[in-house]
Design a protein around this ligand. Structure first.
Ligand SMILES: [Zn+2]
Length: 468
């Protein structure tokens, strides 16, 4: 059983909005559309070997599995930190990773402080110089460290929609039969039944350990698996060793469950700087953010907030309309969505068919042209793997990568809902687990979370952003 602290988010949210308005993200060029330059350095040698059964060993070409039940057997949980608790650092496997990292190449940024509610405090960080490319403060996505690639945060081609879901796999609940109607494999089956849609999935290690069959199902159905840390902390508040542990235990869980060693990760709340990026990179992973945020995590749902459904509907309506009327014609979309609770799954069920008619919906990897998302060479995803194409799209003229780069500033900074919601996601930041995500992603958790403070933060973010 786990309990979760209420996370006040207002200061963090306001600061994020203020910094977003300063527009550092808008000056960044587009990420490379080729695979060179965005792959991490080498295959990790410090992960154990596992004998994995029940998974594909290469990209699946047959019909997706839509069976309605999944095995509930956990991984060997004694080999891991307690689920949803901070990733333990005192372990020989962590020491092995620490030894493998070249710490002379990791920036010496001091870990960020958190306030009494666990929220990141920017303190006297110089956001004008932004020496560590701290996304939470400045939306920086182009590292100052020369060997680090730019974060992946949007699809290069206008009209592409890089579908992705955070915080899975969504575990069934021991206590609430109603919630079980939305636990995996419900979302995966919905995707399979809608053009065999593929997505990029950012997994919580704790959720993989307790529900490895869901990870297997996702891999077998052609989705791309990435890391989203062990216990969902704000990563810049973590020491170097804690960063290693949060990343390591998740890599290990995904590999033990599915046999693959992923090359991609997403920082919770987008909270990343060059210190954290450098460690992740040396552990084999590229950092992926987003350029639109659905705010689905904050809708009323299990462990969610109280952002009205209509507000989230409004974001989707605006994005669809923007594409249809030609105003969205510079770069493609990577929109933050979650497989977090009943509400977020319902939102996908409502909007995915419309998105598929309006955009080229595909995994992030597909839109980026990344065909080998794992270190295992036998896994090669085909280009255009999603099998989904737009219909009736009046704006199908593709921007080249270079023109997308030239125009990306207006695209990434101009949408009120995009900026507002991006910051609102950050508003949930906490050095511990978060209100919006942790309580509902933990099976059988006794949540004592109260949403009022975080929800207020979101309201203030949206209101503030619309003032600009
Ligand atoms: Zn998350």
């Amino acid at each position: 059983m786990h309990t979760f602290q209420q996370t006040g988010a207002i200061l963090f949210a306001i600061a994020a909005v203020a910094s977003a308005q300063s527009g550092s993200a808008s000056s960044s060029p587009a990420p490379s559309s080729s695979t060179s330059g965005i792959l991490a350095q080498k295959s990790p040698e410090w992960l154990p070997k596992f004998n994995v059964s029940g998974v594909s060993t290469s990209y699946p070409t047959g019909a997706p599995d839509t069976g309605e039940t999944l095995d509930k057997t956990t991984l060997d949980i004694k080999s891991y930190p307690n689920a949803w608790e901070p990733a333990s650092t005192n372990h020989p496997e962590i020491e092995a990773v620490m030894k493998a990292i070249d710490w002379t190449k990791v920036p010496k940024a001091t870990p960020a402080k958190a306030d009494k509610d666990g929220n990141v405090v920017f303190g006297n960080y110089d956001e004008d110089k932004d020496p560590y490319c701290w996304w939470s403060d400045t939306n920086c996505v182009k590292p100052k460290v020369d060997y680090l690639p730019e974060d992946v945060y949007y699809c290069p081609k206008a009209g592409d929609w890089g579908l992705n879901y955070d915080d899975g796999p969504y575990n069934p609940s021991d206590e609430d039969a109603e919630l079980n109607k939305y636990a995996e494999p419900v979302l995966y089956n919905f995707l399979a039944n809608n053009n065999n849609q593929k997505a990029t999935l950012f997994y919580i290690g704790s959720n993989v350990v307790t529900y490895p069959a869901a990870a297997k199902r996702a891999l077998n159905n052609g989705h791309v698996l990435c890391s989203h840390t062990w216990s969902h902390p704000a990563m810049t508040t973590q020491t170097n060793k804690q960063v290693v542990a949060e990343l390591y235990w998740t890599l290990r869980a995904i590999k033990e469950a599915t046999g693959v060693t992923t090359k991609c990760w997403r920082p919770p709340f987008g909270d990343v700087d060059d210190r954290v990026r450098a460690i992740a990179w040396q552990m084999g992973m590229t950092t992926m953010i987003w350029n639109k945020d659905s705010n689905d995590w904050n809708m009323p749902g299990d462990g969610g907030g109280d952002l009205p459904w209509d507000t989230v509907d409004g974001y989707f309506e605006g994005w669809v309309e923007g594409r249809k009327n030609g105003s969205d014609n510079t770069v493609g979309t990577i929109c933050l969505e979650h497989e977090l609770n009943n509400a977020t799954v319902k939102m996908t069920e409502k909007w995915l068919p419309t998105l598929q008619q309006t955009f080229d919906v595909k995994s992030i990897h597909d839109c980026m042209g990344i065909t080998q998302p794992y270190w295992e060479q036998n896994w090669v995803y085909p280009e255009n793997a999603s099998g989904n194409s737009t219909t009736g799209n009046a704006n199908s003229t593709a921007s080249s990568s270079s023109s997308a780069a030239a125009s990306s500033s207006s695209s990434s900074a101009s949408s009120g809902s995009s900026d507002a919601s991006g910051s609102a996601e950050a508003a949930g930041a906490s050095s511990g687990t978060t209100a919006s995500e942790s309580s509902s992603t933990t099976s059988g958790a006794a949540s004592n979370f109260s949403v009022s403070s975080a929800a207020l933060g979101v309201v203030m973010v949206v209101a503030t952003a619309f003032m600009y």
